[in-house]
Design a protein around this ligand. Sequence first.
Ligand SMILES: CC(C)(COP(=O)(O)OP(=O)(O)OC[C@H]1O[C@@H](n2cnc3c(N)ncnc32)[C@H](O)[C@@H]1OP(=O)(O)O)[C@@H](O)C(=O)NCCC(=O)NCCS
Length: 266
Amino acid sequence: MSKGSRLRARKKPEGLSEHGLINGWADAVGVQVRQAQAGDLSAIADLVPLAGVGLEDVLREAVTAEFAGAALRSGLRGGLRGGLRGGPDAFHRHLTEQFARSFDDPLQAYLHAALVLVAEHRDRGIVGTLIAYPPINVADDHLQVIPAGADRREAQRRVVMLGAIGLAKIKAVAVAESERRRGIGAALLKRCRQIYVHCGYLLLYGAMPPTPGLSAFYRRQGFDVMEAGAPMDMWMVFGVHSSILPGADERFFFRRFPPGSVHRGG
Ligand SMILES: CC(C)(COP(=O)(O)OP(=O)(O)OC[C@H]1O[C@@H](n2cnc3c(N)ncnc32)[C@H](O)[C@@H]1OP(=O)(O)O)[C@@H](O)C(=O)NCCC(=O)NCCS
């Protein structure tokens, strides 16, 4: 790859920065999309049941203590010019440091890559939310298939790290009923996708219930939607063929970002 094409490939989508994540992007009419703060948690807890999930205590704690998404913020910091270099390098460095600190409790490092976004209306407050994170249970499942041997510990470290930097699950996207069909859900998904792609992720996915209109919503945002109950192969993340299954009645939606093809487009 020439220097020019590498620079093009790494160009950030407009406004994608740590400052934007903290202070908000005006991506939908009258609404700012930004990372969640402690004061947003009760509104988030009210919204996520719309997507059929709850707000986990570990995420609440990570948002309150302000380390949720800290590695993603490192990835969004700086640019190609100037002293600070962001992107996958900074993101990986941040996570590696976290793993070094707490390898026996990898969930802490995973939470540094968790993204909790809110959409805040200037008059009506928090009207939408999105929660995404690398799912530690998928890496855990892959640990079970590592054969016993001298380098087992090293192989385990590798799987746990690959799970943290390679795939992120969209756990919930929810918009208050009175605020729907104005592009807020699309704005939340767009920023989620841009942030994880900028940090070098290979796969963004989620599992959705058979709600009418949902497939169209995700397809419009560039996701592929699988058949109900169809398994998803995690080969591109872990380098071994393995599959995960959606819940009963659910189907996976996903977007893949092969290395070298990221950061283009909005
Ligand atoms: C899915 C959801 C987040 C979309 O939010 P939104 O702000 O309305 O999204 P947008 O305005 O960007 O896009 C609207 C599109 O979503 C689709 N859509 C999603 N859910 C729909 C529904 N229940 N009924 C009709 N259309 C729906 C339509 O294609 C619609 O496009 P249209 O208005 O041109 O017909 C919102 O409907 C919601 O909170 N649903 C409940 C929670 C949920 O099911 N989350 C997903 C779980 S995986």
